[in-house]
Design a protein around this ligand. Structure first.
Ligand code: NA7
Length: 537
């Protein structure tokens, strides 16, 4: 599809990506009277919620908190139906938002941004789209998503496999059935944990290929009842404020005690309460030190392992499903709906890839070091080149032709996770080194979008043409993010938070752990001080 012709006229901003971030950024810039256009590679809006349409896909943040807060009217009129919304419901919501705020007329679908070059004389970005050619704008805003570039298994031979291959991260809009098939699922992160129980209901045989088990907590998903929706809507403003000032974008009471200073019975009671709440943070947030002390962490990990033993009949299988190679919480925990119980079914088999690694795909299936598994369909739930993948995939050239991917060769470097030295008038929404994936993404996206819009408005008011992070501010920020991360157990785990899931990716702890509220205050302080740490010209 060609880029909309209107988009070519004197643009103020080009936004890459029509997910949650891109949609709101467009709306916000329009409110400032700016001309902005969104370029989106997919055939529809929604970003993550467009692509990850596999059976069982569901948001792990409660629906009424995982929604835009910028419009009280939208907030009141939209009716969420479940505690945790399924993918189709989130996508419907985003489509409603796009329609309600008349966003579609400035969005080009089916066109990929392949390159962007900053012209220092004109102080404008030239952006190459495919299809669509070049267009230019003063600002380039990357709303490219944290989990948008899928990572395929390194195992050779996938092209020789003759059965059906599905990628959870690129499921598409067609309905794929698995009735009567022999299905293999590779990957047991959040996507695998969600898709496995659903495929198990259809497949004749399901083989799960697990390299690293996840810690899973039952989601306790349920329909929302009218009274709780009404109560939430009545207090929405206060709730949103609490989200913004919280640690992870989800209000909670901070723990007061160490897991090591209470009795085993008290500890288990606290973990049990977290378990029953059925969310991502309650269990690991039960005590002050679960994410900073190995000894404290082990008490929470063992609590969940005991739950796995209780849920899975075969002790050997329960043991194989029990994580032991990383502290709980340092790889993304999963919320599940019947995951462990699925392994009690006689037609479901677990292959522990630590014991028998994958060797190759064959025309009939996959071969491990033990034997060949014949499969009619393979589902790859193997994750993403997270946080930096989508940015590095664009050939971005800043001042003096500097290439962003080169500048980030040893890991991402930026200021506040928002801007990169040497790349004027370029912003990243929930970029690496910001709270991003370790927060409620809605809260972090809104904060960045509003900060960026505020910055552009302030520049216009002061007559500035360019803004650019200084090298010094950037160095300090990179150091600060690493220092805060290093206080915790997070960097010790081989996870996509550290880039360890992608061979050759530099190992850097990518999200900022200073807390959503603190981080917002830091960004606001920078703005209030006339964009301290930025050079304005
Ligand atoms: P994840 O969490 O990165 O999970 C990917 C899974 O795939 C994980 O179990 C990996 O094992 C496994 N994997 C990756 N490559 C291979 C190969 N080559 N062989 C075998 N197994 C492999 O991605 P998800 O899509 O599940 O979830 C991403 C986020 O989306 C999630 O955290 C939520 O924020 C939403 P590994 O752990 O690397 O040993």
């Amino acid at each position: 599809m060609a880029v909309r012709e209107a988009a070519r006229e004197a643009l103020d901003a080009i936004i890459v990506g029509a997910g949650i971030a891109g949609l709101y950024q467009l709306h916000r810039l329009r409110e400032l009277g700016l001309r902005a256009t969104v370029i989106e590679a997919a055939g529809g809006i929604g970003g993550t919620w467009y692509w990850n349409s596999y059976p069982g896909a569901r948001c792990d943040i409660p629906s009424m908190s995982y929604s835009y807060s910028f419009s009280p009217e939208l907030e009141q009129e939209w009716e969420w139906t479940e505690k945790y919304p399924a993918q189709p419901e989130v996508l419907r919501y985003l489509e409603h938002v796009a329609e309600r705020f008349d966003l579609l007329r400035d969005i080009t679908l089916g066109s990929r941004v392949t390159a962007a070059r900053f012209d220092e004389t004109a102080a404008r970005w030239t952006v190459t789209t495919d299809p669509g050619g070049d267009l230019t704008a003063r600002f380039l805003i990357l709303a490219t998503g944290c989990l948008s570039v899928p990572k395929l298994p390194e195992t050779p031979g996938l092209d020789r496999y003759r059965g059906r291959v599905h990628l959870t991260a690129r499921w598409g809009t067609g309905k794929a059935g698995f009735d009567g098939l022999r299905v293999g699922v590779i990957g047991t992160g959040s996507s695998g944990v969600q898709v496995i129980p659903v495929i198990a209901e259809q497949a004749a045989e399901l083989t799960v290929f697990q390299r690293t088990p996840s810690f899973c907590i039952p989601a306790g998903n349920r329909p929302l009842d009218a009274a709780e929706v009404a109560a939430m809507k009545a207090g929405y403003r206060q709730w949103r404020e609490a989200q913004r000032t919280s640690g992870f974008g989800i209000p909670s009471d901070p723990p007061a005690r160490s897991a090591l200073e209470v009795s085993a019975a008290e500890r288990d009671a606290a973990y049990q309460a977290g378990w029953e709440r059925g969310d991502l943070t309650s269990l690991i947030g039960s005590f002050t030190d679960v994410l900073v002390s190995r000894e404290a962490n082990e008490t929470a990990a063992e609590f969940v392992r005991a739950k796995i033993r209780a849920a899975v009949g075969d002790p050997g299988l329960a043991n194989a499903l029990s994580p032991r190679t990383y502290p709980i919480g340092t790889k993304r925990p999963c919320l599940d709906s019947g995951y462990y119980a699925t392994f009690n079914k006689s037609h479901v088999r677990l292959v522990d890839l630590r014991a028998t690694p994958l060797q190759e795909f064959t025309p009939a299936g996959v071969r491990t070091t033990q034997r060949e598994h014949e499969l009619d369909a393979i589902v790859l739930a193997t994750g993403f080149d997270a946080l930096t993948g989508a940015i590095a995939a664009i050939d971005i050239r800043g001042r003096d032709g500097a290439v962003l991917a080169d500048a980030w060769r040893d890991g991402p470097r930026n200021y506040l996770g928002l801007a990169v030295a040497g790349f004027p008038n370029l912003f990243t929404v929930t970029g690496p080194l910001s709270p991003s994936v370790l927060s409620n993404m809605m809260v972090s996206i809104e904060q960045h979008v509003e900060w960026i819009a505020g910055c552009i408005a302030a520049m216009a008011a002061a007559g500035h043409r360019t803004i650019e992070a200084t090298g010094r501010a950037q160095d300090n920020w990179v150091r600060h993010v690493a220092m805060v991360g290093a206080v915790t157990l997070f960097p010790s785990a081989d996870s996509w938070y550290t880039g360890a899931n992608v061979p050759g990716k530099p190992r850097v702890f990518l999200p900022y752990l200073g807390g959503v509220g603190e981080y917002r205050r830091a960004c606001d302080r920078v703005a209030a001080r006339g964009y301290q740490g930025f050079a304005l010209a």
